[in-house]
Design a protein around this ligand. Structure first.
Ligand code: NDP
Length: 390
């Protein structure tokens, strides 16, 4: 019997790589594709739906439904649109689902996926940051296996084959350092959108590329690691590793360190999640240790990259501080992209919003339900939109 799969966010960077791997591994002959989703890129969404012979294509953008219907005319593929349609599609029972919508828009569908899927390949780290307890409790109840797609967490997941979770002494998350690793604060203050998007190693979507430049992406990953591997803030260390070859490491209580290494190519982590618990050859570059001259590691500069300090603050506050942090970060990012605030203002905005809401957020939990999470999300976003640089 063919394996049933869905891809949420199929038109994005992670989504396109997932589609490519599904096609390489036999496409519709092997996989019974139920749902593909996108938002603005309707032509690509329709092409993917046809290539994979999907049952349904969903766009989050209701104003583009007519275009999607036209693009799929005569194919028999159902077209729907809007956030309710996205949520309904996420209720489709499948063997494997990729959660790769960007931002907190991915939270509601991911929660539904956790109820229905046998394996949830999770790229949308924001859902764990905003509602980690709720997602984990949902998976535990339904029996859904959560396999992380973020390369660092996928590396930790693989390194866990070397020991028990309870014997972890430290998790060492590697960070490329992004495009501004060697920039002065003055240069960073004037960084442009194009400069912030120019990631030295990884080819990713616009938002995560800028989050890598601020290290907000790494901050989200610290919180994600805490949620996934049940480790405290003091057990999570970030090291700058500019080559992005060592994807992350676990130090066990006997001080043995188990690392996972591979070329910086997201098809590695996506392919691991797709084939889990088996392994299959993937179209990624093999490492050549003979020509690899060096692997560098350094302590990150938290003065220039305050996001890491803020991540620890989020874990200290607990409760729904992650939802506040993520929403503030998303609103800061929107404002930087629109040219409204400078690069270094993003961290200032996030810190102000986090400190304004920390008491209330600390007293709540994602187990209070999705509405509680969304309330903090909205409040933090509004504060972020109204924040003024000094
Ligand atoms: P992209 O921006 O490339 O793609 C995002 C996807 O989400 C697209 O399919 C997009 O549709 C869709 N989308 C955008 N807005 C909405 C919305 N409001 N509602 C529903 N769907 C929407 O993102 P990435 O692929 O880079 O990232 C996806 C997720 O994976 C993020 O959570 C990111 O943090 C995580 N991740 C990404 C990595 C990478 O290498 N890119 C690495 C590790 C994690 P459309 O394009 O049609 O508008």
């Amino acid at each position: 019997m063919r394996r049933t799969v869905s891809i949420f966010g199929s038109t994005g960077s992670i989504g396109c790589n997932t589609v490519e791997l599904l096609l390489l591994q036999g496409g519709a002959k092997i996989y019974d594709v139920k749902v593909v989703t996108g938002a603005r890129n309707i032509q690509l969404l329709a092409e993917q739906a046809v290539l994979l012979n999907a049952d349904m294509a969903v766009t989050a953008d209701e104003s583009r439904l007519e275009t999607l219907i036209e693009a799929l005319a005569g194919t028999g593929i159902v077209a729907t649109a809007g956030s309710e349609a996205l949520r309904d599609a996420a209720m489709t029972k499948v063997d494997w689902v990729m959660s790769a919508i960007v931002g907190s828009a991915g939270l509601t569908p991911t929660l539904e996926m956790a109820k229905q899927a046998s394996v949830l390949a999770l790229a949308n780290k924001e859902s764990l940051v905003c509602a980690g307890e709720l997602i984990k409790a949902t998976c535990a109840k339904s029996g859904c296996m959560l396999v992380p797609v973020d390369s660092e967490h996928c590396a930790i997941y693989q390194a866990l084959a070397g020991g028990k979770q309870g014997d972890i002494s430290r998790i060492i998350l590697t960070a490329s350092g992004g495009p501004f690793l060697d920039w002065t604060p003055e240069q960073m203050a004037n960084a442009t959108l194009e400069q912030a998007m120019a990631h030295p190693n990884w080819d990713m979507g616009q938002r995560i590329s800028i989050d890598s430049a601020t290290m907000f992406n790494k901050a989200l990953e610290v919180i994600e690691a805490h949620q996934l591997f049940d480790v405290s803030a003091t057990q999570i260390e970030v090291v700058v590793h500019p080559q992005s070859i060592v994807h992350s490491m676990i130090e066990y209580n006997d001080y043995s360190v188990i690392a996972q290494l591979a070329a910086p190519d997201m098809r590695g982590a996506i392919g691991f999640a797709l084939n889990w618990p088996e392994r299959q050859p993937l179209p990624i570059e093999q490492l050549d240790f003979g020509t690899m001259s060096r692997l560098d590691f350094a302590t990150p500069d938290e003065i220039r990259f305050p996001a890491l300090r803020l991540a620890r603050r989020v874990l200290e506050i607990g409760g729904l501080a992650g939802a506040v942090f993520n929403a503030a970060k998303e609103s800061a990012l929107d404002r930087f992209i629109s040219g409204d605030i400078g690069f270094l203002d993003m961290a200032r905005l996030v810190e102000t919003v986090l400190e304004n809401l920390h008491v209330k957020a600390g007293q709540s939990s994602s187990l209070d339900g999705l509405e509680a999470v969304m309330t903090f999300d909205r409040e933090a976003r509004t504060m972020g939109q109204n924040w003024m640089p000094k």
